[in-house]
Design a protein around this ligand. Sequence first.
Ligand SMILES: C[S@@+](CC[C@H](N)C(=O)[O-])C[C@H]1O[C@@H](n2cnc3c(N)ncnc32)[C@H](O)[C@@H]1O
Length: 260
Amino acid sequence: MLILKTLKRIVSALALKLQYRASQLVLNNRYLKYQYLRLAAILGGLGLQPPLASSDLAKRWQRQGTEGSADRPETYIKEDSSLVELFKEVLPYLNKESKILELGCNVGRSLNYLHKLGFKNLTGIEIGPKAVEMSQTVFPEMAGDSRLIVGSAPLEIRKIPTAEYDLVFCHSVLVNIHPKYNYIFREIARVSKKMVLILENEGSLFAYPRDFKKLFERAGLKLVMSKLFSEGCREFPFPYEEKDVYINNTIQLFAKDKSH
Ligand SMILES: C[S@@+](CC[C@H](N)C(=O)[O-])C[C@H]1O[C@@H](n2cnc3c(N)ncnc32)[C@H](O)[C@@H]1O
């Protein structure tokens, strides 16, 4: 028993070392990075974990970081230009009574942005309890008026009635959700009455990059707008046509039908 346990420990330490070496290689070689992202998108689409991805991202987010780490809720308080860019496409199609759901809301900066614009029918789902607790002090008015649920998005979304929300959105969240939960794309389509809006990094090496457009289209949605967000980002289209590696940080708007 002891020998088996020791062997298991040695094998997992070696596997980690190998994974680290491979990730350094991929990071520093544009061609390998390109090929890796291609493979990751295929595996992710099939519900499988890409080889360089960490298997415990959900646990990491649930803990929400130690002192100084970028995973802490403090990182997500500041309102930045991503919020303006993300919402300006959908605002004309919403009214102040619209019901809006955010997956992975963290401390709630996006919900607060919408709340300041007059939206009061807001719900957030967030896996990290610390972030939700912090939203009560950082954004007390928004938190007081909204429904903030602590839990994992793929599990919580199943409890929501069909066509409950006019808009469902995520900002840098789907890439953190393991491909074994790919049913979440169908669930997002199910609970949305009109629109789904995402800002996701499809070139994220250590998370779970996927072809989000393809997955939402498979779930019955139609892409109506797509634009790159981050400065310095260049398009790295799916299917990859260019022999270069660019990092996508793409805003994509999907509609349930053409009427939005
Ligand atoms: C990169 S942060 C973005 C936070 C927020 N969307 C924003 O832009 O301010 C990713 C967020 O997704 C949350 N998250 C990751 N996996 C999740 C899951 N399975 N269910 C719910 N939230 C999750 C994390 O806790 C974190 O708050």
